[in-house]
Design a protein around this ligand. Sequence first.
Ligand SMILES: Cc1cc2nc3c(=O)[nH]c(=O)nc-3n(C[C@H](O)[C@H](O)[C@H](O)COP(=O)(O)OP(=O)(O)OC[C@H]3O[C@@H](n4cnc5c(N)ncnc54)[C@H](O)[C@@H]3O)c2cc1C
Length: 494
Amino acid sequence: MKNNDILIIGGGIAGMTAGIYAKKSGMQATILEMHENPGGQLTAWERNGYLFDYCLHWLVGTDHGTYHDIWRETNAITDDVQIINHRTYAKMVDEKHGEFIVYNNLDEWEEYLINLAPEDKKSIEKMCRLMRKGNRLDQFENPPGMRSVLDYFSSFLHIGSFFPILIKYGKRNCQELLEELGFNNQRLLYFLNRLFVGRDFSAISFIVMFGWFHAKNAGYLLGGSSAMTRRMAEKFSSLGGQFRFKSKVTEIVVENDTAIGVKLENDEIIYADHVIGACDGHTLLFDMLKGNYLDDKIKKAYADWPLFTPIVMVSFGINDVIESENHITSYFKEGLSIGSTKIESYNIMNRSSYDPAFAPEGKTVLLCQFESPWSHWENLEATAYPDEKEAIRKDTVNLLEKHYPGITEKIEVIDIATPLTTARYTGVWQGSYEGFLPTLDITNELPMKLPRLKNFTMIGQWLYPGGGLPPSAQSGKWAIKMLCEEKKLAFKSV
Ligand SMILES: Cc1cc2nc3c(=O)[nH]c(=O)nc-3n(C[C@H](O)[C@H](O)[C@H](O)COP(=O)(O)OP(=O)(O)OC[C@H]3O[C@@H](n4cnc5c(N)ncnc54)[C@H](O)[C@@H]3O)c2cc1C
């Protein structure tokens, strides 16, 4: 055992970020990853010349703020990365209510909404005003426990006029926000409800998200998930960090309430000064630590907090150039099923409409995505799985044919990733791709440290309702800041 050796379980964005800052700050860092590739959910896979991207749609911090600093410091964003800010968030198409467009620029959206519902002009203007201010919300540079009075003061100054909004709506959900805004136009209300209320999101996450889009601070990185992962993995390796792939951790080795290393699937034990858990939170707490170090909040979170419903992603490689007005179209229809999942909506995304990385020239990648509850897959007999995938294939081809007549004969490749695929490849509990839903107060985070367990830190999407790449990465940076303070080392970000 050497001084300042750290082991990081999981090579997703949280693990890679922690690894990069650990190396910059002079520690030895090894990432143990159960697969042969880094990235975790930030991934894409190749099939017959097409690249099917699983994750990256938008990244908070593409332009400024503390998240932006992290992307720059970890090479997630370099000078030569092109950033795309889509004009629209999505187009929604409903069989009864027609079409509705959600623009990312709030001036454009405001004008569109007022045209659609002039009687709600005041409410629309108020909603857009709240959202414009949402961009002022930034994250703390330092983790909880390391923040000074000055940190709070400068954060207060930075938030400025958004502060009263944060206080007022911090503990309300979108339903309450919409009720307060008092829209009258039924069509407008229908779509706004569809956009967020159905998912019971917190009002602040809704307000802030559009603030980020408006400020062009939540763009898309050309090249997508695999290119972003590659840049970060190369940064970690170039700093001397070690990846150990095909190294599945089964247990955190603990002595006298101190983490002293990990045990792998093949019974190998690797010792370390400090262990960072950057994999699925449930596996970490309930399997690797056998449920031994839980406080009441953690117990309640994993027992009661609602999770994101997992998704099925069907990727199509099309031997033609398909033009789409919007990169994402969400279709809403009653009484629809795909395979044996009853659904209310599905998305069709034209990935090639904005990124040439996904298909060879003259070809297109389209994705069809829908939610499918974990219970549906958990209880599916192994023998029924191929039949379910075949039914999904047929149904999604029919949907595609409906939207793009004549496309069926141009389909060269179909790839179906189910919630079981997500769970198998990333270990994510119940296939919940962003962890807990942001239904609660968004400051309601889980702790990075466990009661009584020394030399152990937890990072990644499961600490923050809403999950996503930015907070997962930030927890990686914070873990190393905390460790540097503990070990009296200088934290280095460059
Ligand atoms: C379809 C989809 C779309 C998304 N879109 C976006 C988006 O546009 N923007 C955004 O910000 N976020 C998005 N997200 C969410 C984001 O991808 C995740 O929140 C984030 O990647 C989580 O990172 P993580 O490092 O915490 O966990 P993971 O990415 O889950 O990484 C955990 C790693 O640990 C490894 N591991 C697990 N168990 C073990 C073990 N026992 N031993 C060793 N290794 C282990 C896994 O293989 C994995 O590599 C999306 C997610 C999905 C699935």
